[in-house]
Write a new protein. Structure first.
Length: 147
């Protein structure tokens, strides 16, 4: 009985170049598919965050109204929820209802309008969306979020 100590030349133990290329190609296809799916999840998360922000701002507006007996004007804007307005009507019993005004996921400030033009509420709050342009199809507002 003979014991072999090295592989025979007819049965090499290394991977061939073709096998390595095929393996790398499969890995690249799987990685690109995962990145594509992940991008969709990130976009969905941003939309969800806008909806949450709009709800929080809406609650702060209701609290402001209960204390000041009116909502901030368009000119006073959402800034009135963070610091006392300097434009009339200035509420007598002012209190800040938010520590700071959140920005949308694209780094822009939320927009506010009273009276509403699109929402069933008496005010509009919205994000200009990914393109940063107001009045385009990607705007996300309290008329779309279910607020």
């Amino acid at each position: 009985m003979k014991i072999r100590t090295s592989p025979s030349p007819a049965h090499p133990s290394a991977f061939t170049l073709i096998e390595i290329v095929i393996t790398l190609t499969i890995i690249a296809i799987l990685a690109s598919g995962s990145i594509y799916l992940l991008k969709g999840q990130i976009d969905s998360a941003k939309d969800t965050r806008v909806g949450s922000d709009l709800q929080a701002i809406g609650l702060a507006l209701q609290s402001y109204e209960s204390r000041a007996l009116r909502k901030p004007t368009t000119e006073q804007g959402l800034k009135a929820l963070v610091e006392k307005p300097t434009i009339e009507p200035i509420p007598e019993n002012y209190r800040a209802f938010m520590k700071e005004m959140p920005k949308d996921p694209w780094g822009m400030e939320y927009k506010y309008r009273l009276p509403a033009q699109k929402s069933k509420d008496d005010y509009d709050i919205w994000s200009a969306g990914p393109d940063g342009q107001d009045g385009t199809a990607d705007d996300i507002g309290n008329w779309k979020s279910g607020s």
